[in-house]
Design a protein around this ligand. Structure first.
Ligand SMILES: Cc1cc2nc3c(=O)[nH]c(=O)nc-3n(C[C@H](O)[C@H](O)[C@H](O)COP(=O)(O)OP(=O)(O)OC[C@H]3O[C@@H](n4cnc5c(N)ncnc54)[C@H](O)[C@@H]3O)c2cc1C
Length: 373
């Protein structure tokens, strides 16, 4: 095991010790995140850790504490966006600081008025007479918004730009005002601490990502999100499956054969999901390494990345529900070592984090024109 993954495994042990309190109190998973910072895991991608290891870290953390896993995954998505081009000197300086200080980046993509339509913004970059720029965005959900050091925000390029002419802006906490809207008491992923905020920032023009969002999203932000989220969701499913397996094993040789058979069916589903994820990982990494990344600008790539997200999110929730049926009342109880409740609730967030319906709507259109579906 690499030093990086050994450090992540140690942080996952810490996160697992606090997972019930994090879930019960809907509080930030501070202990797990501090342990990740101690192991310098927040700068993993910037420090040259392979993407596949960062994805595996999401799976390991997702199994221990979904909220710690989600905070880690979302942060790494933002770092991947900063690393996506060599043509951004400002990001190089910032990443050195991130590595030194283990700074945590939050994500501001959703917007009130566009919902989860990542392809459109209402807010915009507004150039100011003193040479700085500002933005104001009504964000319905900013995970760890009160705990992030800095933010990557999608917004229109300029006040007169079309809704789809977006850029990503990297702004620092001391350049940002976060005005919280309401509370956070959700069904699952409670420790992500994701209420709404009015996000206002003043920043230098060089803090705008040089790659237009239409390209950044297709090549990096969307596939990396779907790959890292899928790894952590699979981690949730593995934990639910292992609890179901324990319940079958505990029954010994007299175990109900229906339960054992259902476990085998669950294993099929989990294996299929893992295989789908492994294939998507291999393909994206290969296509990302190609000069100019032409394969990632195609409709069939969009289709594939959306299929990964919609199908893994569905099957993870279904695996958790299947595990609940196998564990029975022991899984239904929150005070049992076989409890499935938190895992099931957390898994239900997967189809909402960018609505599956929106992705299916896009894919339904793409299927009519893409030759190889
Ligand atoms: C745990 C969690 C953490 C999150 N953290 C963040 C974060 O840190 N930063 C961030 O930016 N976002 C984050 N999000 C994402 C964000 O909050 C939502 O995905 C986004 O705001 C969409 O909200 P919505 O589901 O209400 O709206 P919509 O996207 O409008 O979807 C609601 C429902 O409306 C229907 N619908 C609406 N429009 C369409 C359409 N065109 N086609 C098909 N169906 C449609 C669908 O049935 C859909 O399920 C997070 C989400 C979750 C669950």
């Amino acid at each position: 095991m690499s030093d990086f993954l050994a450090g992540v495994a140690a942080a996952a042990t810490v996160a697992a010790e606090h997972v019930d309190a994090v879930d019960r109190d809907a509080r930030f998973p501070q202990e797990g995140i501090d342990a990740l910072k101690d192991g310098r895991a927040l700068s993993a991608l910037a420090d040259g850790v392979p993407f596949a290891e960062v994805a595996e870290a999401c799976r390991v953390l997702g199994r221990a504490c979904s909220a710690t896993g989600m905070v880690f995954a979302m942060h790494q998505i933002e770092v991947a966006c900063l690393l996506s081009t060599d043509e951004w000197p400002w990001a190089k300086g910032y990443l050195a600081e991130l590595s030194r200080e283990q700074r945590l980046i939050g994500s501001v993509t959703s917007e009130i008025g566009t919902g989860g339509d990542m392809g459109r913004s209402i807010s915009s970059v507004e150039p100011q007479p003193d040479g700085t720029c500002t933005l104001v965005k009504q964000a319905p959900t900013v995970s760890y918004g009160e705990y992030a050091d800095d933010f990557l925000t999608t917004t229109r390029r300029a006040p007169d730009a079309d809704g789809g002419d977006q850029v990503a802006v990297m702004h620092l906490r001391d350049q940002t005002t976060m005005q919280k809207n309401g509370t956070w008491d959700p069904l699952g992923m409670r420790g992500t601490c994701s209420p709404g905020f009015v996000v206002s920032a003043t920043f230098a023009p060089e803090q705008v990502h040089p790659t237009p969002y239409v390209t950044l999203g297709a090549e990096t932000m969307v596939p990396v999100s779907h790959l890292l989220w899928s790894h952590l969701w699979v981690g949730i499913a593995v934990e639910a499956f292992e609890r179901a397996k324990k319940s079958v094993k505990a029954a010994g040789p007299n175990a109900n054969s229906v339960k054992a058979q259902r476990l085998s069916e669950l294993h099929n589903q989990l294996s299929g999901t893992r295989a789908q994820l492994a294939e998507a990982m291999e393909r994206w990494q290969r296509e990302y390494a190609e000069p100019g990344r032409p394969a990632l600008q195609t409709m069939s790539a969009t289709l594939r990345h959306n299929v990964l997200k919609t199908s893994v999110s569905r099957s993870v929730a279904s695996i958790c529900q299947g595990a609940l049926e196998i564990t029975g009342i022991a899984g239904f109880r929150n005070d049992s070592p076989l409890a499935i409740g938190r895992l099931l609730r957390d898994s239900l967030s997967a189809s909402l984090m960018v609505s599956n319906d929106r992705l299916h709507e896009t894919n339904a259109s793409l299927l009519m024109v893409v030759k190889e579906g």
